[in-house]
Design a protein around this ligand. Structure first.
Ligand SMILES: Nc1ncnc2c1ncn2[C@@H]1O[C@H](COP(=O)(O)OP(=O)(O)OP(=O)(O)O)[C@@H](O)[C@H]1O
Ligand SMILES: [Mg+2]
Length: 208
């Protein structure tokens, strides 16, 4: 694995090879390290600072000269990706919490831009956290104005030319429909309520 000054890299956390679990050599704290181009790290840093709140991944250090962003590591969490047929009853509440967190980010002037199961963390006490603000942008940014930009495939359908809240709502709606297709009949009513909330948000966000 790569050597990064000041840290001991423990394991990769993403297939991209840019995100690692690491230990700080000074404090011995476990942290998450993200390596990228400065322009991307700066964008992510600004978004995380602007949306800083409970439920949003926290930045612990930005080392510009080493092109790394250090994030607080949340132990014992899992992503929504790991949800199985045993945990599905938690899903309506998790959707509600994600909606609240996204509302907050939009209120702070940013879209998340990459809403998908692997970017939603659940703690052992079922606290929900949003991570990976690598595609986050100030509301109103023109995608065409960006030097390099990667969109999650699930948010591509009917994409506006501008970073608008609808990008996040569509991505969450897409995931909700995948869950609905599983046919969990005992939570279907609650999921349909969430679907209605999201449908309203998608109409409303036309006016942003
Ligand atoms: N602060 C954190 N605490 C605990 N685990 C984390 C944290 N940040 C990221 N992870 C874990 O590492 C994975 C990859 O992180 P992240 O989403 O930021 O990178 P990525 O390159 O976009 O990866 P992916 O393409 O898998 O989404 C997450 O899906 C999650 O499992
Ligand atoms: Mg991710």
């Amino acid at each position: 694995m790569e050597v990064i000054k000041g840290y001991t890299l423990l394991k990769p956390l993403s297939l991209s090879g840019r995100v690692f679990l690491a230990k700080r050599n000074d404090t011995k704290n476990l942290v998450v390290i993200k390596k990228d181009k400065l322009i991307n790290l700066e964008r992510e840093y600004r978004a995380l600072q602007s949306c800083a709140s409970d439920g949003i991944c926290k930045v612990s250090n930005f080392v510009k000269e080493n092109l790394l962003l250090e994030l607080v590591y949340y132990p014992n969490v899992r992503t929504l990706l790991s949800f199985s047929d045993n945990d599905y009853k938690l899903l309506p509440e998790i959707f509600q919490k994600v909606i609240t967190l996204l509302d907050y980010c939009h209120h702070c002037g940013y879209i998340h831009g990459d809403i998908k199961p692997s970017n939603i963390l659940i703690s052992p006490s079922n606290k929900v956290m949003l991570i990976d603000f690598g595609a986050s942008l100030p509301i109103g940014t023109l995608y065409a104005s960006l030097e390099s930009y990667q969109l999650t495939p699930m948010s591509n359908a009917g994409m506006p030319k501008t970073a608008l809240p609808i990008v996040d709502w569509q991505a969450l709606y897409y995931y909700l429909n995948m869950v609905l297709a599983q046919g969990y009949s005992d939570i279907a009513k609650e999921l349909h309520n969430v679907q209605e909330i999201l449908a309203k948000k998608m109409v409303k966000s036309d006016f942003y």
